[in-house]
Design a protein around this ligand. Structure first.
Ligand SMILES: *[C@@H]1O[C@H](CO)[C@@H](O)[C@H](O)[C@H]1NC(C)=O
Ligand SMILES: *[C@@H]1O[C@H](CO)[C@@H](O)[C@H](O)[C@H]1NC(C)=O
Ligand SMILES: *[C@@H]1O[C@H](CO)[C@@H](O)[C@H](O)[C@H]1NC(C)=O
Ligand SMILES: *[C@@H]1O[C@H](CO)[C@@H](O)[C@H](O)[C@H]1NC(C)=O
Length: 494
């Protein structure tokens, strides 16, 4: 798989030269010549702030691995930030190892300052790599790693980053998130390591009580493990994120996001521990990842468009969700969403759209296809009466839902195969149900075998199982479309 970030080609070429130089130990003067030329080009590359460099791509996975042993670990003890020196071995300096910046890596000492220092130094260098080395554990307090930085910055996490385990160790300013990336562009996180939010203390009622007492804070305020804010062209791949106090990976007001081959893991019983949460974020691809957590595996919130989620294993958790949207009469706009080739095991819902009564705005052009469910309570849900309390007031406005296609939803359910509860006042329109084949799960089934559709318009196409899906949707008329359109139009960009 080709990487997004990549070092300038000239550097990897030069690295090859360097290796051959070591093997032949100066025997080949041509190599020396190329080294010299390479170094010169490297300096020029630096000066040219990488608009050019972006065009060069190396296709090697983790191209800097070879370098790791050759220069990055040899700074003894806490050292001042080693600035890249533009001498004969410039490739060494492209790695900014936290150990060289004073990190202990013992899992107990606070290594936040070292990580910040490594980040600051790397940020100034095009194609730099901040290295979290394997076989070490780094305790990191809540921090913000801020851009803008030079292009192609990589955070290579091969070791383990640990969040403070006690609720009391989190400062008030750190309650939003643990690792906060702000204003980063053209940036990659990758590696075989993991982020451990050590969040269990936050999941219990006593943890919530502690926060209320200490911070006089809304108990919903719990840290997200890894958050990106106003960041663009970001890739997160290969890493594992576990046991977050709340959401594991969040993108807020961002664009050009790629998530690939990551693992997210927290217990089914951990409350509100969403896997990946998107908000005001556009142009996203999330793929080939395993997500098991206590809430939505992927949650798509207002302001999101052009989101492609595919090849995800989800479970335990609450499934793939759009919303809840329109809380407290807010405007919600979500469009152009494709969720496909998803496998869900033992989740609350499969694919779900949930909105609060009283909201405005629209959800449109959404496709859910090739969804495999196994023992999922509600494989298909639209819930426009979403309410997190016992009773929510009935209200007339609603986020208008239109153009939702369900194609090939197959497997077993444990409560209800299909549940489309649309607003009394704003119908769901242009809903397509194609090839839905859902059987009650074999053990201990105790639900409803009937599909439910309320104020939902559109068409269905065989095969449909249970057969009640066939006559669930109502046929659209011009007036229904007009009502739906008039609600959808007034608040979202077209
Ligand atoms: C993001 O990438 C796109 C396409 O590669 C490019 O056009 C755009 O300028 C980049 N934006 C930022 C902020 O780096
Ligand atoms: C996925 O990530 C793991 C590390 O977590 C890595 O070993 C593996 O090679 C990656 N797979 C792909 C296809 O990139
Ligand atoms: C619906 O969304 C998909 C995915 O973003 C996009 O390719 C397609 O053009 C959209 N269709 C319409 C009619 O906007
Ligand atoms: C809301 O409306 C439904 C029927 O549309 C009704 O059954 C329910 O009692 C109402 N709830 C409240 C709190 O008024």
């Amino acid at each position: 798989m080709k990487l997004e970030f990549v070092l300038p080609e000239i550097i990897s070429k030069k690295r090859k030269k360097k290796e051959s130089y070591e093997m032949k130990s100066f025997r080949n003067s041509a190599v020396r010549f190329f080294l010299f030329v390479g170094a010169a080009i490297f300096i020029v590359t630096f000066a040219m702030i990488s608009v050019e460099a972006r065009k060069h791509h190396s296709s090697r996975n983790k191209p800097h691995k070879h370098l790791k042993d050759k220069g990055s670990h040899n700074a003894p003890g806490p050292a001042p930030a080693p600035l890249p020196h533009h001498g004969s071995y410039p490739t060494q300096s492209i790695i900014f190892d936290v150990l060289s910046f004073g990190a202990k890596g013992d899992g107990v000492s606070d290594d936040s300052k070292a990580l910040l220092a490594a980040w600051k130094a790397a940020c100034k260098v095009s194609g730099a790599v901040v290295e979290i080395p394997e076989k070490f554990e780094f305790l990191i307090k809540p921090i913000t790693l801020q851009g803008p930085c030079m292009p192609h910055l990589v955070l290579e996490i091969d070791g383990i980053l640990l969040a403070p385990p006690q609720v009391g160790a989190w400062p008030k300013s750190g309650l939003f998130q643990w690792l906060n990336f702000k204003w980063v562009h053209d940036f990659t996180i990758q590696g075989t390591g993991k982020l451990d939010g050590q969040g269990s203390a936050w999941w219990s009622p006593s943890g919530v009580y502690y926060i209320q007492k200490r911070f006089k804070y809304n108990p919903d305020m719990k840290p997200t493990a890894l958050r990106f804010y106003d960041s663009h062209n970001v890739t997160v791949r290969d890493i594992k994120i576990m046991n977050s106090p709340q959401c594991h990976l969040k993108f807020d007001s961002s664009s050009g996001i790629k998530v690939n081959n990551i693992t997210i893991n927290s217990p089914e019983s951990s409350p509100n521990t969403d896997g990946i949460h998107l908000q005001n974020t556009k142009d996203v691809e999330i793929q080939h990842s395993n997500i098991g957590c206590g809430d939505d595996c992927v949650s798509i919130q207002t302001g999101c468009s052009n989101i492609h989620v595919h090849h995800i294993n989800c479970g335990p958790g609450h499934g793939i969700s759009l919303g809840g949207l329109g809380k407290d009469k807010s405007v919600a706009c979500v469009s152009d969403i494709v969720v496909e080739k998803i496998s869900l095991q033992n989740t609350l819902s499969g694919v779900r759209i949930k909105t609060w009564q009283g909201g405005v705005g629209s959800v449109k052009n959404v496709t859910f296809s090739n969804i495999e469910v196994s023992d999922v309570k509600y494989p298909v849900i639209i819930d426009q009466f979403y309410c997190d309390k016992k009773i929510c007031k009935n209200q007339t406005d609603a986020v208008a839902i239109s153009g939702v296609k369900y194609d090939k939803i197959i497997g077993s359910y444990s409560v209800q195969p299909l549940h489309l509860a649309c607003s009394n006042d704003v119908p769901c329109t242009d809903v397509d149900l194609i090839d839905i084949q859902l059987n009650p799960s074999s053990d201990g089934f105790r639900g409803f075998r009937q599909a439910l559709c309320w104020n939902s318009y559109g068409k269905s196409q065989a095969p449909l199982l249970p057969s009640s899906i066939d006559y669930c949707l109502r046929t659209e008329s011009g007036s229904v479309k007009r009502i739906a359109r008039s609600h959808a139009e007034h608040s979202c960009p077209s």
